[in-house]
Design a protein around this ligand. Structure first.
Ligand SMILES: [Zn+2]
Length: 168
């Protein structure tokens, strides 16, 4: 797996890929769904080309997500350039939870972007073919926590900053 570096701040997502993510989310309900997005670096930012669903291996998949280790390692060893992680919130808004923030160090070293999807609960279920998904994109940002004591080494801390998502 290749890793992208740089300060790209726009994320572009083809509509067809967004629909695949949305379908995976709805098919996984009421459980949380997860996966990764594969893409490339462009002059203006990061372009997502493909969505790869990964099995949610969490013991309690109704409220948590955990990427299946085997599928994750297979992908890690492939040539795919994983540019971000995706998971869903079945019954809340697509904003980072406290647990999401706590788990960031698991991904921060290798991924740049973080996507959260959620069903659009305001939408009536009359059209079941193309039900909309709320989708937010974030950049994983690291910063050194200022240590009060010079003797303790600073540990990197991570946070999420929302970035524009350009669906094409
Ligand atoms: Zn979450």
């Amino acid at each position: 797996m290749a890793v992208l570096h740089g300060q790209q701040n726009t994320l572009s997502l083809p509509r067809a890929v967004e629909l695949e993510m949305s379908r995976h989310m709805y098919l996984s309900l009421p459980q949380e769904a997860c996966g990764v997005v594969i893409g490339e670096s462009t002059a203006s930012g990061i372009r997502i080309n493909r969505f790869q669903p990964i099995r949610n291996a969490a013991p309690d998949p109704l409220h948590h997500f955990s990427l299946d280790q085997r599928e994750w390692i297979q992908l890690f060893l492939s040539d795919s350039t994983v540019v971000g992680i995706f998971h869903t919130h079945p019954s809340t808004l697509p904003v980072p939870s406290q647990e999401d923030l706590r788990a960031l160090p698991n991904f921060a070293g290798i991924l740049q972007t973080y996507l959260i999807g959620a069903p659009d609960l305001s939408f009536s279920a009359s059209d079941e073919v193309e039900r909309p998904m709320l989708l937010n994109a974030y950049r994983i940002i690291s910063y050194e926590e200022k240590s009060r004591s010079a003797a303790t080494s600073p540990s990197p801390t991570y946070k999420l900053k929302q970035i524009p998502l350009n669906v094409t």
